[in-house]
Write a protein that binds this ligand. Structure first.
Ligand code: SF4
Ligand code: SF4
Length: 470
């Protein structure tokens, strides 16, 4: 058998990611933009009966059309910006900058530092002062000032920059953590040296029982006075906490940036045991490697597929009515929904190729059409029970084992929608406690605890299987 080359593997990885994104793994209920083109009927470029969702931009010159003031930083940021979790090389970032995107959200841990290095190479072609770089560090309670400084220096070296615009604490999960002495001492020094211009914080969800929900943490950060920029989950299915945070940020002149802007899936991956798709082949491979028999693995994959089909079934009616054949159209209008709030300063979209950048840049300065707005409203009831709200802690109280449901679902999102399987599995393995393992023998005390209608136990059992494949 021909041995695959690095290029083959990279190509395969990209294809698989594209497939996952465009076909839709409904388990995590989240989504990134895929490569599948907007169907002509949806794009409004033919005379089909489907209502026109696009185009609605003020200009079609292929560049960013709208810039907003990022709170007290005063920086004019593009309304659509680059989430760099999947960026590994300069070309994509350079293309985004060429199009007028001038805010980039990266992190020390993205692609093991390759994201920051890719941005470094892209920056060489631009005026550094015109690009706002926000990077994030995983800072733990035990870290002292020197540790934070070391982390910062490593990011600065990877970015090969004189300074970082916003150096943010990633995944702050308690209000107390906002007071981190090492972080603030390091920031005071770095600001005095001109190495850091602004500080910031993000929230990704609780990992332990004594942690707090997103609004409590980020509203406290906005009121604290030391944080200039926040990154929060904000989308049409999950915005009540976000609205509270945005209002607090506005009152305190704090910059707001959005992530997880496009939840919801319309399609499930077809499962044929005799002709497995690439994605299912990969899952099967992991399961066989973990010692499972082929028969048992296929049975589990079939159950997984059935579950996904069940969730997307409810979306068919409105998908057909609006002529939507892929997840992408739904994702694009979801991003527009975020953009329509002028107090959300920029929507960070995880992109990894040129085509996707073109599509999200085309959203800049646009408004939702009436049909697009209707589409989102109609889709709510179908999509809601499949989407576990990032950062939500509501059902933890009903669980005797305090399973961190939303965090576990976020890891499933990394696995399914971002193609970061190993990272997702390692995060799951590192959870305090045993993750969702107690769900196996539990009487399901969480049944009915989710006001959005999620079947928590079933989800947890599936995700546990997914995140412990190998
Ligand atoms: S299952 Fe429902 S209540 Fe529990 S974390 Fe998810 S959205 Fe919140
Ligand atoms: S099924 Fe899982 S999440 Fe629900 S109560 Fe039991 S252990 Fe907790």
């Amino acid at each position: 058998m021909k041995k695959s080359t690095r290029a083959d593997r990279d190509r395969s990885r990209v294809n698989r990611r594209d497939f996952v994104r465009s076909s839709g793994a409904a388990l995590a209920g989240g989504a990134l933009l895929g490569l599948t083109p907007i169907p002509e009927s949806v794009a409004g470029r033919d005379s089909s009966e489907a209502p026109s969702l696009f185009p609605i931009g003020p200009s079609q010159d292929g560049r960013i059309q709208s810039y907003r003031t990022l709170g007290r930083t005063g920086f004019q940021v593009s309304d659509v910006s680059l989430g760099a979790a999947l960026i590994r090389e300069a070309n994509v970032a350079r293309y985004a900058f060429d199009k007028g995107i001038n805010y980039i959200d990266t992190a020390e841990g993205y692609e093991n530092g390759a994201s920051e290095r890719g941005i470094r190479d892209a920056l060489r072609h631009f005026d550094r002062k015109k690009i706002f770089i926000a990077t994030k560090a995983n800072i733990r309670p035990r870290h002292d000032k020197e540790t934070v400084l070391n982390k910062f220096r490593q990011s600065l070296a990877r970015l090969d920059s004189e300074y970082i615009d916003a150096y943010m604490m990633s995944s702050v999960d308690t209000v107390k953590m906002l007071d981190h002495p090492g972080y603030h001492a390091a920031m005071d020094q770095l600001k005095a040296e001109g190495r850091v211009k602004f500080t910031g914080a993000t929230y990704h969800g609780p990992e332990a029982t004594d942690q707090t929900g997103m609004a409590d943490v980020l509203c406290a950060a906005a009121e604290d006075g030391r944080f200039d920029v926040l990154l929060l989950v904000y989308n049409f299915l999950n915005h009540s906490e976000g609205d509270r945070i945005i209002a607090t940020c506005k009152a305190n002149h704090v910059g707001t940036t959005a992530m997880k802007t496009a939840p919801g899936k319309l399609r499930a991956e077809p499962f044929d045991p005799d002709n497995l798709s690439e994605l299912y082949q990969q899952y099967l491979h992991l399961m066989l490697r973990a010692g499972q028999s082929r028969e048992s693995a296929l049975r589990e994959l079939k159950a997984y597929s059935d579950e996904q089909n069940k969730f997307v079934e409810g979306t068919k009616v409105f998908a057909e009515r609006y002529g939507i054949e892929t997840d992408e159209a739904l994702q694009l209008v979801s991003i527009q929904w975020v953009l329509q709030n002028p107090d959300m300063h920029t929507a960070c979209i995880s992109v990894w190729n040129f085509d996707t950048i073109d599509k999200v840049v085309a959203l800049s300065g646009t408004k939702l059409t009436a049909p697009a707005d209707e589409l989102l409203q109609e889709s709510r009831s179908s999509l809601s029970p499949q989407y576990c709200r990032h950062g939500c802690v509501e059902c933890m109280d009903s669980c005797p084992f305090r399973v961190p449901v939303s965090n576990i679902m976020r890891y499933a999102y990394y696995f399914e929608s971002q193609g970061r399987e190993r990272y997702a599995m390692s995060r799951y393995a590192a959870l305090a406690g045993s993750g969702a393992a107690p769900c196996t023998d539990c009487a399901g005390l969480c049944v009915g605890a989710c006001r959005y209608g999620l079947d928590i136990q079933r989800k947890m059992l599936q995700v546990h299987d997914l995140l412990t494949l190998a």
